[in-house]
Design a protein around this ligand. Sequence first.
Ligand code: AMP
Length: 412
Amino acid sequence: MARIQAPRGTYDVLGDMALARERVEREAAAVLVRAGYARIETPTFEATELFARGVGEATDVVQKEMYTLEEGDGSITLRPEGTAPVCRAYLEHGMHKLPQPVKLWYLSSFFRRERPQAGRYRQFWQVGAEAIGSDDPAVDAESILLLGELLERLGTGAVRLVIASLGSPEARADYREELKAHLRAHEDELSEEVRDRIDLNPLRAFDAKHPGTQRVMERAPRLLDRLPAEDLEHFAAVRGMLDDAGLAYEVDTTLVRGLDYYTRTLFEYQSSTLEAAQNTLGGGGRYDRLVEQIGGPATPGMGWAAGVERMLMAAPPQPVAPPPLELYVAYAKPELRSAAFLLAADARRAGHPARLELGGRSLKGQLKQADRAGARYVAILGDEGTSLKDMETGEQKTVESGTVMHHITQGL
Ligand code: AMP
């Protein structure tokens, strides 16, 4: 029969990869918990409406990348991102009654029906951090700093931090009209995709790889030049704090991200070593209207998400030590298997990493296996009692069967 394979755009996590990911989780927790973030895990699927309203109907994510299924009288979607679900949870659990901002972090898997390619999967993992309930520019600067710290600790190498400000949706509305007029005036130079979406999502044209479109966009008006004073002040305050913290950044007036909920601050960390199509390690920004958009009171928020696969692609693999094994329990003949089984179980219960021979090997094969597994001691159950071998020194001694644990803690 034909062998069944994993779906396209997915992958299995095993071996060193599993250990490398544990390190990402440990480092993320260390960086974020220190800054007051608490872990959150939301369901893998949500009401489709949450993403349609939260992420935005006009985005690629909502238009073509969601895994949606109809269920009963509703529609559910495998989460394509984490910010809208966290805001939903914030509302649902009345977190606005807690001291603000409420800081939450997650490491979860997300699903997007994208064309599978290097660094782009259909199920992928993100570390994310959201600070909800304050519009203080210090929240923005702190959030940006924290992702920088995580990347540094993971050793992702040289990164470029680019930032921009999108202002409020009202400020953006006038600008959109101006940009649309510019795009229409140069319609015949644009890619078909951009031309078809002039009304729907004109800002995405800044992201286009099409050379004609890029030339048009070089001459396009910039949102940053149109922002009202209060948005510019907010942006200046964020930049000032990044300067104070000694964090280098570039202001990129063409920066756009694929999610519609952003207001004001927008940022990305780009790897200098990964290919351009997949060099964004992570990014985020402020989303001061999102909570309202999904049915809550006006509540500002700021956050980011970083791709676990991307960060691991950029970070050189770290030597990972295999898990320690203190005791390998071997036995000379099948009749001694239950005694060996109990010894291994007792050792584990007493806190010692211990394994029992399970492969039906000869005694010689068992010792070889113990060596391969990196066991510190091997207990050999035989007709003449139990002997314990120190694999480091090669010393071997017959011991009372009840004293094995004593010997592996005290030495032979
Ligand atoms: P976004 O949620 O689109 O802002 O993406 C944040 C980060 O998640 C990106 O910078 C990538 O590192 C990662 N990411 C997004 N989409 C994918 C994907 N399909 N496969 C792997 N990583 C992804």
